[in-house]
Design a protein around this ligand. Structure first.
Ligand SMILES: *Cc1c(COP(=O)(O)O)cnc(C)c1O
Length: 220
């Protein structure tokens, strides 16, 4: 087995074990492999080994890679610049980072133009060192804006944990995200990256976004 195949197998088993400890089923979580700044060969390899979802942050980079990948569900997890909305909607199947009304409206307009029905997540800011994300007090209003768009389907929320080595601080932030998720409703709570996915599962995450723990350190 090559190194990517091994990491994917081990990661999948570790996730299943943690889910079991939480009394949850393996089917209750989707793994999104975050492939930004990773080699095309490694990404292809992971997809061939059974990875069904990938996430990318940068529009130009995704544009260069996607034509060469086997079929896979593509998540946009980067900051939305409204002037790139059309390209984002063309390239991606799922958008996780709707964090303000302007982003919702720009993505909705592009989706309408392309007659594409898009599942989206509302990105909420749960951490003082995060530059993006909707402030918790504005989430319900933004959810209403998204729900009013005919071509967007709001499936839940996404958040990035605080950059911290304090597990309690991370868990508290994730529990805040869980609370907001309950208010918004939906089926998807996208929480958890390479260093904090176990805590995310304990807070009810249904979607993990994992990059370096799967693909290794980012290249370049
Ligand atoms: C880069 C990135 C990830 C993956 O980070 P790792 O620490 O490599 O797992 C997950 N989510 C978002 C939003 C990212 O930008």
């Amino acid at each position: 087995m090559n190194v990517i195949a091994k990491r994917l197998t081990n990661l999948t088993l570790a996730i299943e074990k943690e889910l079991h400890n939480c009394g949850r089923t393996p089917q209750s979580v989707t793994l999104v492999g975050v492939s930004k700044k990773q080699n095309l060969a490694d990404i292809k390899n992971a997809i061939e080994q059974g990875l069904t979802n990938i996430g990318e942050n940068y529009v130009q980079e995704a544009q260069g890679k996607f034509p060469f990948l086997p079929p896979v569900t593509k998540h946009f997890i980067g900051h939305i610049q409204t002037n790139k909305a059309k390209t984002i909607v063309e390239l991606f199947d799922y958008i996780q980072t709707i964090d303000r009304p302007n982003a919702a409206l720009a993505i909705a307009k592009a989706a309408r133009t392309m007659n594409k029905q898009l599942p989206v997540l509302l990105q909420v800011n749960i951490s003082p060192n995060d530059r993006f994300g909707c402030p918790p007090c504005e989430v319900l209003q933004l959810a209403e804006t998204i729900n009013a768009q005919s071509h967007l389907c709001l499936e839940g929320i996404m958040a990035i944990g605080p950059l911290s080595s304090d597990e309690q601080e991370i868990l508290d932030a994730f529990l805040l995200a869980q609370e907001i998720f309950k208010q918004v409703g939906g089926k998807t709570l996208s929480l958890g990256m390479s260093h904090d996915w176990r805590l995310a599962l304990r807070a009810g995450s249904t979607m993990l976004r994992i990059g370096s723990a799967l693909f290794g350190e980012r290249k370049g």
